[in-house]
Write a protein that binds this ligand. Sequence first.
Ligand SMILES: [Zn+2]
Length: 273
Amino acid sequence: MNWMKNNLRYNRGSAAAKDLLEQNGFDNLLDFPLDLFASGLGATVIEKELLNSDGRIIFGKKHTIIEINEEIEFEQKKRFTLAHEIGHLVLHKGIEIHNDNESTTSWFNNKEKQARNGRVEYEANQFASELLIPSLLFIERQEGKKFSPQLLRDLAVYFKVSITAIAFKYFQLGDHPICLFHSHNKKVSYWMWPDNYPHYIIDRTRLTPPEDSVAMEFFEKGKIYSKHQSKQQIWKSTWFDLKSSQSDTDFNFYEYCIVSNAYNSVLSVVWEE
Ligand SMILES: [Zn+2]
């Protein structure tokens, strides 16, 4: 059964979010203001100008304050940042003031960064993901639907989160196996593939994306495909090892790039049909 999936295995962050929703009588927070939810938990949310920071939490003796950068361009990102801070509020009471930015609220950091930021950031992100995209509801919403970039976009709108957050959730819980490759400044920094994936990914840490990848088209030519063209066919050998007994024409692989111009980064969603 779907909900028995491996990826639903226990992790502290999402378990805490699930418990919190349940204790407060919510199935989800799709129609409930997140700042009100935070204040119900005892934190005051303030939007203000923040330098080099998307959000932060300040534990005082009596009051806890969550500050969110008012200049965050996308509402979905504001939501995720606030959910991340609520994660700290619930899970990490009393941690020192720290600033959250692209490097702590991103799923796709390189490994050294993850080690440095440690478990705390990982848990806060897992918490945020479950709070905003409850797993059971997510599974239900995507069930029986063919995987496509449009499906990810539809889910992102429904859950009011970024496509990146949805892509990560889909990787964990979606019906169709997908791989994720994150590239930053023309270097591949991180990738993920499902358990038991039948194709082997060549190690590209700190190397440029493959010459014939859609990600490279962005870095080299600034090419960003329109919605209708965002599903691009690629060769198996673009991202995977092609065995000598195999031919590229035997496979149907596709790449969909989620581009962040501001950070010069690309998340490539790669799948086989
Ligand atoms: Zn954080």
